[in-house]
Write a new protein. Structure first.
Length: 137
């Protein structure tokens, strides 16, 4: 009977050590996954902030170019001497601004798309890759 009690105690002790080891391993894995997710989120925020700044700089440059073009048009209109010349200057400015706006919109759209893709970089491999578990893919 004493032998069975000792065997049961040894089994319980071994089982408790295994459970403790499993809990420690699971805790460490959870902490590591949390760090990776946190790092990925911080990286995404940083990339998003950089992209937003770049986008706003582009918008400011576009605004500056459009204001300069408007001032140039107004200056040219001040020098017109006939209604037909007024129409010619106005039409030329409108045509140039329309083409410029198309180009500017295209540039802004390309920049926005590029920056969105870059900001999602840490998440493109999926959650399993983020956790460092390619076996889950």
């Amino acid at each position: 009977m004493l032998d069975k009690t000792n065997t049961a105690r040894k089994f319980a002790k071994l089982h408790n050590e295994e459970v403790k080891h499993t809990v420690e391993k699971t805790t460490a894995t959870g902490e590591q996954a949390t760090r990776r997710i946190n790092d990925a989120v911080q990286d995404a925020y940083s990339r998003t902030a950089e992209g937003t700044i770049e986008f706003h700089r582009k918008v400011l440059a576009i605004t500056h170019a459009n204001v300069n073009a408007t001032v140039e048009c107004a200056t040219a209109l001040l020098g017109v001497t006939s209604p037909s010349e007024f129409m010619e200057v106005s039409t030329k400015h409108a045509r140039q601004q329309f083409e410029l706006m198309r180009q500017q919109n295209r540039e802004l759209a390309e920049l926005a798309q590029k920056r969105v893709i870059e900001s999602m970089g840490p998440f493109t491999g999926g959650f399993a890759a983020l956790l460092g578990r390619p076996d889950l893919i």
